[in-house]
Design a protein around this ligand. Structure first.
Ligand code: AVI
Length: 322
């Protein structure tokens, strides 16, 4: 068993037991992202099947100047759930071409990811100053800094919004809206597109069920984490990774399916599984342009400017508070 802080261990235990007792069984996707899971997610972003990261990066490579020029001036760039901010450099470089200094405010729960961003970005892009905030943007408050009355461009990219149900997504966007002023501020939202003439359901499912099994390992890491941190006794070989497209909800679902009748024990709590019973671990919602427009309108933003990659796989929407 490895040591986690008491508060984190308590949160993992409470949410795991509640999810595994519910019908159908669930586990919350934030449990994916311990050190091992974050490393597996980085690997996912480089897989041939996982087109999302490459498609979004290609939009920024081609349109960063246009995106930044459409936002107010001078600009400070803030980012929710920035991680290591690997794609953000393209937008920061575009802003640094228009003004001598750009303040970048990444907000994330991972201190190590923020440290890496703070170390690498100013060296790579002269003029960029990084002011990280360690916060969980879902449950904690956060505040953007406005040096010299700069306009704020708030990034919520990487399809992160897709991991939340529509009502939660609206709450996240409304909370962000409260930080923005009406003049010159903007949000840049990255969304993965629903199947269309250029994207089949099979391609979409493959992005969540790759041939090398990295996504399967990422999904099973949630059980491995419960074994490591809570001393649970999940047999990882007795669960199968399953990814499927739910057309009605317009989302990819990830599940861990029990391959046998079995009982797992966590902190003295016995959880029974029937053969074929699943634990629902993640939803990844996919959007149409109309769906994004409605989500933004409902959350207090204008109709967006819309940027897609050349293969119509991914989009970023630039919208203003109304
Ligand atoms: C972080 N998030 C946007 C990823 C996604 O595509 O929904 C998480 C992920 N799950 C499986 N593969 C990647």
């Amino acid at each position: 068993m490895i040591e986690a802080t008491d508060a984190l261990r308590e949160a993992v235990l409470t949410e795991a037991i509640a999810g595994l007792r519910s019908v159908p069984k669930t586990l919350p996707p934030w449990l994916f992202y311990d050190e091992a899971g974050s490393a597996l997610f980085e690997k996912i972003t480089e897989l041939p099947e996982y087109y999302l990261t490459r498609a979004e990066r290609s939009i920024f490579s081609e349109r960063a100047d246009e995106i930044v020029a459409s936002a107010g001036h001078p600009l400070t760039i803030a980012e929710l759930g920035s991680g290591t901010a690997s794609k953000t450099g393209l937008l920061l470089a575009a802003a640094a071409r228009r003004q001598p200094e750009v303040l970048y405010q990444p907000i994330d729960i991972s201190e190590s990811a923020l440290d890496q961003a703070a170390k690498t970005l100013p060296k790579a892009i002269p003029g960029v100053v990084v002011r990280p905030q360690i916060a969980n943007y879902i449950s904690n408050g956060y505040r953007f800094i406005r040096p010299d009355d700069c306009c704020v461009l708030a990034l919520y990219i990487g399809s992160s919004i897709g991991n939340f149900a529509p009502e939660e997504a609206r709450l996240i966007l409304r909370k962000l809206r409260k930080q923005l002023r009406n003049m010159g501020d903007a949000i840049l939202l990255g969304v993965d597109l629903a199947p269309n003439c250029d994207k089949t359901v099979e391609e979409l499912v493959a992005a969540y069920d790759d041939a090398a099994g990295v996504t399967a390992a990422f999904n099973k890491n949630i059980l491995a984490r419960l074994n490591r941190e809570l001393g649970a006794d999940f047999d990882l070989n007795a669960f199968r990774h399953h990814a499927c497209w739910n057309q009605q909800e317009s989302r990819i679902e990830m599940h861990l399916v029990s391959t046998a009748a079995q009982t797992v024990t966590i902190e003295g709590e016995r959880i029974d599984f029937a053969p074929g019973e699943s634990i629902h671990t993640e939803n990844s919602y996919k959007f149409t342009e109309r769906g994004v427009l409605e989500l933004l309108h409902d959350s207090g933003y204008s109709s967006p400017q819309w940027f897609e990659d050349a293969d119509h796989q991914f989009a970023v929407a630039l919208a203003y508070p109304v």
